[in-house]
Ligand binder design. Sequence first.
Ligand SMILES: [Zn+2]
Length: 228
Amino acid sequence: MKKLFDSLVRLLYPHVCLLCGADLVEGEEQVCLVCRSDLPYTRMHLEPDNRLEQLFWGQVPIQRATALFYFEKGGMVQKLLHQLKYKDNREMGVLLGRCLGEEIAGSPVAEADCIVPVPLHPRRQKLRGYNQSRLIADGMAEVLHLPVADGVLKRVRANETQTHKNAFERWRNSESLFAVGERESLAGRRVLLVDDVVTTGATFTASAKALLQIPNIQINCASVAMAI
Ligand SMILES: [Zn+2]
């Protein structure tokens, strides 16, 4: 009976690596250790003035920023994020968040009082059923032992499709996307703002601008991936 149950579980949740198809062994989740070590880590958390931080220059003052992986079209990281955003694979968000948390633990970018996930517009969240950045934040919170402050930052306008816009249009389109509630709760705090993927930095910049209405707030940013 137990054997039958185990087989059913395996059928429902195949224990093979999402990237290479190898059987997963005990302790591996979704991605095998070989693929995990082959992922394109940026190590930007160790690099002041890195490429992600440069996206904020002249826009908004933040402290430190990093991304866990480089994102390439058709690459391994795109596959993982596709699972998270379009395949209802919520556990992937928590898993990626744990990886990101483990990577930055002890580095300046992890020096924060709480984690703030970049919100989705409520309509988008209703369609997807969850906010992928919240799941990433939950995974990071487990590793970094920080609370998640969800709900302080709100998305007040859905962004139109960004695909056919140039960098300036994307940037302008992302202005006033966010609003801040309960300002007092984060006054004087160091927040770690979290998103799934960075392309132009427009979403991070707009989120940070909104958060900077809070008195004496300090902002670090971390994302799972950065497009190259
Ligand atoms: Zn693999």
